[in-house]
Every structure is written in C-alpha cells, then in structure tokens.
Design a binder for this molecule. Structure first.
Ligand code: HEM
Length: 153
C-alpha cells in the first residue's frame, strides 16, 4: 500500500479518536451535567459510547498496523527510527490499553447498571470512564503534537 495512503489512514484514525474524545470530554460532558437529570444523562452516555466505540476500535487497530508498516517502510525498523516515533509508539500503546480497559470494565458495568436502573452504580462507572477518557484525551493531544513536531525537535 502506498505510504501516503498509510499515513492518511493513520492520521484519520488519530483525528477521529482524539477529536471524538475531546468533544465528549470538553463539550458534551459539562453540557449534559448542567442540563440533564442522572437517569437521562446516564442513558445518553450509553448511547454516545455505543456509537463512538466502534470507530475507536477501528482506530486502535489502524493506528498500530499502519504505524508499524510505516516504521519498516520509512525507517527499516525501530532501531533506525527517530525518538519521536518511539515516544508515539509508547504513548500509543498506553492509550490503546487504557481504552481496552474502559471497554471491557467500567463501560460493560455502566451498561448493566443502566439496564437495571441502578443509577448510583451507573454514576460511579461513568465517573471511572470520565477519568480514563480524560487521561486518554491529554495523552492523545500530546501524541499528536509529538507526531507533528517531533521531526523538528
Ligand atoms: C501505536 C503505535 C504507533 C506507531 C508505531 C506510529 C508510527 C507512526 C509513523 C511511523 C508515522 C510517520 C512519521 C514520519 O512521517 O516519519 C506516524 C505519523 C503520525 N502519527 Fe503515529 N504511530 C502510532 C500511534 C499513533 C497515535 C496513538 C497517534 C495519535 C493519537 C498518532 C498520530 C500520528 C500523526 C498525527 C502522524 C502524522 C505526523 C505528520 O506527518 O505530521 N500515531 N506515526
């Protein structure tokens, strides 16, 4: 596959994942908290995550796959790759593991709690997701800066 397609898919995956988290955390979260009662708000978030997470799964597969192909295409392996690529790889793996924890742990329990209308439990799980997505948003913004500016540093 030509490098420009690999890079385009890689950057698209980063934009959709990090941009989506940024919107959810910085825009939708405070608006929903200010306007919606907990039961409505918790159902809203289950709906939002169930639509956003398939795109995140695509991103957490596409980013390492296109990233590793590019590492071997552009640099013939990690030993020749500049430091910013190692930073992107390391932080990228942390972001992917954090997301998988969110998906298989608090998100799964959030869905169960909302289905059984256990609002205090659902609120606790949403709080856990908020902290982990907040962390991943900051990491994602740092990785994008490192990816774009790294070669000049
Ligand atoms: C998971 C492991 C990852 C690997 C192995 C990887 C590898 C790479 C490589 C080899 C490039 C091309 C760099 C060049 O042109 O010399 C690149 C570009 C880029 N990567 Fe990653 N990446 C990974 C994860 C991520 C993540 C998680 C993000 C964002 C959240 C990201 C965002 C970017 C961006 C924005 C560029 C384009 C930089 C530019 O051309 O200005 N990457 N990545």
């Amino acid at each position: 596959m030509p490098s420009y397609i690999l890079l385009a898919l890689h950057v698209l995956a980063a934009v959709i994942w990090v941009g989506g988290m940024f919107f959810a955390y910085v825009v939708l979260r405070p608006t929903a908290a200010a306007q919606l009662e907990p039961p409505v708000r918790l159902k809203l978030w289950v709906g939002v995550f169930s639509r956003f997470f398939p795109y995140v799964w695509a991103a957490v597969i596409l980013l390492p796959v296109t990233g590793y192909i590019m590492v071997f295409d552009f640099y013939q392996g990690f030993e020749n790759a500049p430091r910013f690529i190692h930073t992107m790889n390391g932080l990228g793996i942390v972001m992917i593991l954090l997301y998988m924890h969110v998906f298989f742990a608090p998100y799964k329990r959030l869905k169960q709690a909302v289905a059984s209308e256990n609002w205090p439990e659902a609120g606790k799980k949403l709080n856990q997701i908020r902290m982990l997505v907040g962390t991943n948003t900051v990491l994602g913004l740092i990785v994008v800066i490192v990816a774009a500016a790294g070669r000049y540093l």
